[in-house]
Structure formats: structure tokens, C-alpha cells
Ligand binder design. Structure first.
Ligand SMILES: [Zn+2]
Length: 318
């Protein structure tokens, strides 16, 4: 309102004799009814951040989900139930892992959601759905399991919503949404990436042309830098992701530089000859602590990552 009256005043003053030309210029440039035309917003996907966030909280509501827990068994059911209506085929890949130190044999399951199974070109998005059995970074609770809202549930939620996006608008290439188990068993790296290792050694019909890993992608104001190994191994695939992010107006969520070099599920893929990159926000104060809960995550972050993935996959040509 204040600006409006100031504009009226300026207009009236410039109507004084001898100021005609200027008055016209000022009146046009300050009139409140004529704001400058805004640039057209980028066309983003139908990815629903709120619905994805609901999938994140639903996983957390099952409790902690390390292999062998009740929450783990319930989460396997939840993922299948929400994935099945939106893909052509769900394939389960069960396997076991015996931890010699803990004297336990884990029953693990990779879950694959397949879209366009007969397509020659196949792209994969993958994430881990298990959660860490030990809060290693939580000084007071090191032996307790974490809830894994960001570290486990976020990538899983993003992929469940992407299945809905691809169901509504079918990509022209084959798409494999892989949910790997046993990523975060540990504690050491030799006992991690269990599902990714198993899949990389037994891809069967589902070996992709390339794979993009979504890990810890739900933090509020998610900020994903290029990961070091990904940039060394697959710079052009990284370029494709960061170009899509920039085109969609998500440059703030995807700073275009390398920050961390991280051991993750993309390593066994690379070692098996499957081109793979890791999308991860590793500036997370609650990593491997009991504080990794849903209130640290946001629908907006899931949507940013989901929109970028929908564009990368949607732009692929057969
Ligand atoms: Zn973790």
C-alpha cells in the first residue's frame, strides 16, 4: 500500500507542466498493476513431495529396521505393497549373509520394481531400505539401532513415489527401481553394501546400462554435491544429473562441485562393471545417531531429488 501511494504521488508530481515526457515514463514503470513479466517457471514432474514424505514416515512408524528385526520384516511388506500397483513386475532377490563375529545368519532381500521389462535400454535407480543396527556416531547410544529417516527411508520413499510418477507417465526406456538390503549392517565396510554386492554379482536379466544411487536424500534443504568416486568414474552421468537439476531450478540443492568421496552401494556396482553414481547429502549432523528422525527431513527435499530423477529418466531415448 505504501508503495502504491508513493507511485501515485510521483505520477501527480510529474504531471506538472514541462515534465510530460518524464511523467509518462515514471507512471508506466511504477504502476502497481503492471509488474515486470516473470520468467516462465521450469516444468517439473508430477512427483508429490507430501506423498513421498508420507512414505518416509510410514517406514519410520515401523520402528528400527535392521536385518532380523520385526521392523525389517514389516518394511519388506510395505515396500512391496506400495510398489506393486505402479510397476509392471516386482521381483524379490532373497539371499543370506553370515556374520562370523556376531554368529548370526541374516535373511536379506533385494526388491526390484520393473517398468518396461522388454526394453533393450535399462536405467536403474537404487537405494537401501535397511537401517543401521548401531548408532556408531551417537556417543551415548552406540549400541542402539537407528530409525534411519534420512539414512534408509528417504531414498526408499523417493523411489516409491517415482514409481507412481512413471506409472502415470510411462518412460520410453526400461526402468529398474532397486531397493537393496543390508547396506548398513557393518560396522566395517567389509560387512556393508551386502545387497548391492549380491545384486552386482547376480544381476540376471536386470543389468542396467547405468545406475543412480539415492542415499540420504531427504534432509531439510537437501544439498547434494558431486561425490568424488562418481565424478572420477562417471563424469558424464554426473553431468546429466547436474544439468537436469539446473534446468529445473534446483541448482541450490545441487551445488556443482565435488565435496566428499564416499564408500557406498555404488562401489560394488562399479567394481562389477555397472556404471554407477552416488547422490548423497553427507552434511547431516544426525548421521548414524538416534536423532535421524522424520522431523529432520522434508517433502520439498524429496521433491527436488524426485523431480531431477524423473527428468533424467524421462529424457532418456530408447
Ligand atoms: Zn548409513
Amino acid at each position: 500500500m505504501t508503495k502504491y501511494f508513493a507511485a501515485l504521488l510521483a505520477f501527480a508530481l510529474f504531471l506538472l507542466p514541462g515534465c510530460r515526457t518524464q511523467s509518462q515514463t515514471v507512471a508506466v514503470s511504477t504502476a502497481p498493476a503492471s509488474p515486470p513479466a516473470a520468467a516462465a517457471p521450469p516444468v517439473r514432474s508430477a512427483f508429490d513431495g507430501d506423498r513421498a514424505y508420507t512414505d518416509l514416515t510410514a517406514q519410520c512408524a515401523l520402528g528400527v529396521r535392521p536385518p532380523g528385526s520385526a521392523g525389517h520384516a514389516a518394511c519388506l511388506e510395505l515396500i512391496q505393497k506400495r510398489l506393486t500397483p505402479n510397476v509392471d513386475k516386482v521381483v524379490l532377490q532373497p539371499f543370506t549373509y553370515t556374520d562370523p563375529a556376531r554368529h548370526v545368519t541374516l535373511h536379506l532381500t533385494n526388491i526390484l520394481g520393473i517398468i518396461n521389462p522388454n526394453a533393450a535400454k535399462k536405467v536403474m535407480l537404487f537405494t537401501h531400505w535397511d537401517t543401521r543396527p548401531t548408532a556408531d556416531m551417537d556417543l551415548d547410544h552406540k549400541t542402539q539401532p537407528i530409525l534411519g529417516a534420512d539414512d534408509g527411508a528417504s531414498g526408499t520413499a523417493a523411489q516409491l513415489e517415482l514409481a507412481r510418477v512413471f506409472h502415470a507417465k510411462r518412460p520410453t526406456v526400461g526402468v529398474i527401481l532397486l531397493f537393496v538390503d543390508g547396506e548398513d549392517w557393518g560396522p566395517g565396510e567389509e560387512k556393508m553394501y551386502l545387497g548391492a554386492r549380491y545384486f552386482a554379482a547376480h544381476p540376471g536379466l536386470y543389468k542396467p546400462d547405468y545406475a543412480i544411487l539415492l542415499d540420504m536424500v531427504g534432509k531439510k534443504d537437501v544439498t547434494i554435491y558431486r561425490e568424488g568416486r562418481s565424478q572420477t568414474w562417471q563424469p558424464e552421468l554426473n553431468d546429466k544429473v547436474w544439468k537436469a537439476a539446473s534446468d529445473l531450478g534446483y541448482a541450490a540443492n545441487f551445488p556443482d562441485s565435488v565435496k566428499y568421496t564416499i564408500g557406498d552401494d555404488h562401489v560394488p556396482f562399479h567394481n562389477a562393471g555397472i556404471p554407477a553414481i552416488d547422490l548423497i547429502d553427507f552434511d547431516y549432523a544426525y548421521w548414524h545417531t538416534l536423532g535421524d528422525t522424520a522431523d529432520k527431513c522434508s517433502p520439498q527435499s524429496l521433491k527436488a531429488v524426485g523431480d531431477v530423477m524423473a527428468k533424467v529418466v524421462g529424457d532418456e531415448k530408447p
